[in-house]
Design a protein around this ligand. Structure first.
Ligand SMILES: Cc1cc2nc3c(=O)[nH]c(=O)nc-3n(C[C@H](O)[C@H](O)[C@H](O)COP(=O)(O)OP(=O)(O)OC[C@H]3O[C@@H](n4cnc5c(N)ncnc54)[C@H](O)[C@@H]3O)c2cc1C
Length: 412
């Protein structure tokens, strides 16, 4: 991606996006395709964000999100690295009761796809590289924001300035610009570290994702292309520190201890990555001429693999609101545009915060009555086909008031 397009003059745009992570890139791609005049402010050089050492995670991309990525024209570049999820098995460690989701119960398409984050970033960076009405400010960050009559004036640390009708903040859960704007947040520290790495294994995974709940945190194994899988192992911080000190061979033995030998012999591929897990929920998702999007609006526990899927629903909704306003010659950042965005996105965000936090709290303990309750719950979902189908469709991102770009498969 050509970063020389960064401009040196004060600049007027329709939408400024702060943060060029997965959410900011997707928003730039969506708005850019509709012809919106954009600025993207990212603190790191974009090339550094696609270095293999930057982020070793994979993302479970739900069906609705896949449709959206296809509508952006990004899916053809993602598809070769995307492994279809055909089954999901959820179980509490040591219990025979569990839920088994099979894609055939809801049609012929996969339940979702597992995609390396690097592939998603590369595809989205390539998509935005073609936009003619996008100015990149990178590496750069916002140090002041002032509301005027027709817009917001943003000052960057290097002295440059941007004037915009709308600022979309996509800086992740610890967004400095959100703080600068005086928008407070609520936090809950899970005191867990998510350990992420890629495994090579002897036997094929057959498109099966497995999640096991342990009292010290959930453990997920996610199918990747070939005989490879990614693990996301959330573990109490103290234990995680001990696991972190293990060499690859001892670490692989620990993984086998948790997961068993379903996939045959395993080997660790590449480095391990570590993510402290903190729930951060912004106290509101809009302010005058500002919309918070993705993790900047709320960063949830990865227990259900829903954070970025939720973020993409923000992105698609905000893009739809902005496009409509601009098409009608209206201000894309005025109060009625922002009210529409807040009304559309607040419930989904709140629901996912509560569901993911609730599941994490319910399962990450060894309390007898809660153990009984969760086994009852899992057993009930398994035996009630309508409930099961609802949860499957929810996880596939096909429930609620969906933006147009997520409703039907528009391929690029
Ligand atoms: C272990 C783990 C596994 C996960 N698995 C899944 C999954 O399977 N499915 C799923 O849907 N979600 C998953 N998630 C959640 C998902 O990763 C996040 O929702 C997603 O990465 C959020 O992207 P974002 O762009 O909003 O924020 P971030 O990824 O935090 O990106 C923020 C960007 O803003 C930039 N930035 C920050 N501050 C500034 C500033 N002041 N100025 C300019 N730029 C700035 C940063 O450099 C960065 O590029 C997982 C999360 C974790 C931790």
């Amino acid at each position: 991606m050509d970063e020389k397009r960064a401009v040196a003059r004060p600049h007027r745009v329709e939408v400024a996006i702060a943060g060029g992570g997965l959410t900011g890139l997707a928003l730039a791609a969506a708005l850019g395709r509709a012809g919106t005049c954009l600025a993207l402010v990212e603190q790191a050089p974009l090339a550094s964000l696609v270095e293999p050492e930057y982020d070793g995670r994979v993302t479970a991309v739900a069906r609705g999100s896949q449709r959206f990525l296809a509508s952006l024209g990004a899916w053809p570049a993602i598809a070769p690295e995307a492994e279809p999820i055909l089954e999901i098995v959820v179980r509490e460690a040591g219990s025979p009761v569990g839920v088994h989701y099979d894609h055939r119960e809801v049609g012929n398409e996969p339940l979702g796809w597992i995609v390396p984050n690097r592939t998603l970033r590369l595809a989205l960076q390539t998509t935005i590289a073609d936009l003619t009405d996008l100015d990149l400010f990178t590496p750069a960050r916002i140090v002041a924001a002032e509301t005027g009559t027709g817009g917001l004036r943003l000052e960057l640390a290097d002295g440059r300035a941007i004037e915009t009708a709308l600022l979309a903040v996509c800086e992740g859960r610890l967004s400095p610009t959100r703080e600068l704007l005086g928008i407070g947040d609520r936090r809950f520290d899970y005191r867990q570290l998510a350990i992420v790495c890629t495994l090579r294994h002897e036997r094929p995974h057959r498109g099966r994702a497995v999640e096991r709940f342990f009292p010290d945190g959930p453990f997920a194994i996610l199918p990747m292309r070939g005989r490879r899988s990614s693990i996301v192992w959330a573990l109490e911080a103290e234990k995680a520190a001990a696991v972190r000190a293990l060499d690859d061979r001892a670490f692989a033995a620990e993984v086998e201890e948790r997961f068993g030998d379903l996939l045959g012999g395993i080997e660790i591929e590449g480095p391990r990555f570590y993510f402290p897990l903190v729930l951060v929920e912004s106290e509101r998702i809009t302010a005058p001429r500002v919309a918070l999007v993705g993790d900047a609006a709320r960063g949830i526990h990865p227990i259900a693999g829903q954070g970025w899927n939720l973020a993409l629903r923000d992105v698609a909704a905000l893009a739809e609101v902005v496009e409509e306003r601009l098409r009608l010659g209206l201000d894309p950042g005025d109060a009625s545009a922002l009210d529409r965005y807040a009304a559309w996105r607040s419930f989904d965000g709140l629901a996912l915060v509560s569901i993911c936090h609730g599941i994490e709290r319910l399962f990450s303990n060894d309390v007898g009555p809660l153990k009984l309750l969760r086994n009852l719950g899992l057993g009930l979902v398994e035996r009630l086909p309508p409930a099961k189908r609802f949860f499957m469709r929810h996880a596939m991102g096909l429930v609620g008031e969906l933006p147009r770009s997520m409703r039907s498969a528009r391929s690029a």
